[in-house]
Write a protein that binds this ligand. Structure first.
Ligand SMILES: Nc1ncnc2c1ncn2[C@@H]1O[C@H](COP(=O)(O)OP(=O)(O)OP(=O)(O)O)[C@@H](O)[C@H]1O
Ligand SMILES: [Mg+2]
Length: 237
């Protein structure tokens, strides 16, 4: 008796793990200012749950790269993808809405809105994406040690406290991607350590992919891998 026919084409497809898109991807980014080229073709990808450090000398283009990856600026050439969607080709407004839902930004200077309360600042990304973020925002503020300060204005907070608000805001919509540009650069050592740990712990809990620019070796040590930027290209560290 002949054996029943196998279905080789079905088995591997059913068994293969689902291929999730990377949290963040860039292909051949090129950018410059005036006649000065800064990035000469940068490609990278960050998976969900991964922490990647970006290092490089001052002026090498780290902040320029993060601005492009965060959709705050449009590359002169190349592609930016968030969670499987190409976003560099979107209009400014569509991109801003996608950013609010998918990307958390933490910069050296926190850019809080000074006329809004602590809680309202954390709620801004949720409002843009029409989510009811109240519960999540309050929980995040508790996690960063600011329970009870929800209705304070940013102006009365210390530098470290303001950066904690920025961390809570970056995580508010459970973004796929966290972009951090020297997030602890303006803080003293003790505060820097606490805030960096909070940011990375919260990102890990949500499975976000993190790209982190830092001069702080101890902070870079938290990353699973490092990308070194030199003369507008990523080189082997
Ligand atoms: N808006 C701008 N207009 C003109 N030139 C700019 C602008 N932004 C950045 N540059 C130039 O691009 C180059 C890269 O700057 P960038 O801020 O990306 O460097 P960086 O690696 O982040 O440096 P640092 O470590 O000092 O923060 C620099 O030469 C800078 O002067
Ligand atoms: Mg910079």
């Amino acid at each position: 008796m002949t054996p029943p026919p196998a279905f080789p084409s079905l088995a591997p497809a059913t068994l293969a793990p689902a291929q999730a898109a990377p949290a963040l991807a860039a292909r051949d980014l090129r950018h410059g200012f005036g006649s000065t080229p800064v990035l000469h073709g940068v490609s990278l990808s960050v998976e969900g749950g991964e922490v990647v450090a970006v290092t490089g000398p001052s002026g090498s283009g780290k902040s320029t790269l993060l601005h492009l990856l965060g959709g705050l600026d449009t590359p002169q050439a190349g592609e930016v993808w968030w969670a499987g969607e190409r976003v560099d080709s979107l209009g400014t407004q569509a991109r801003a809405l996608r950013r609010a839902g998918r990307v958390g930004l933490v910069f050296q200077h926190h850019y809080l809105l000074e006329d809004l309360s602590v809680l309202q600042n954390v709620l801004v990304p949720a409002l843009l994406t029409r989510q009811d973020g109240q519960e999540r925002a309050r929980a995040l503020l508790r996690r960063v040690g600011l329970a009870g300060r929800e209705s304070s204005l940013p102006g009365v907070l210390s530098g470290g406290e303001r950066q904690r608000v920025a961390v809570a805001r970056a995580l508010a919509t459970r973004p796929a991607v966290i972009l951090a540009d020297e997030p602890t650069g303006s803080l003293d050592r003790a505060n820097a350590e606490v805030i960096a740990t909070l940011l990375l712990d919260l990102a890990r809990e949500d499975g976000a992919g993190v790209l982190l620019v830092t001069h702080d070796e101890r902070l870079a040590a938290h990353a699973g891998r490092a990308l070194h930027l030199l003369d507008g290209r990523i080189v082997d560290a």
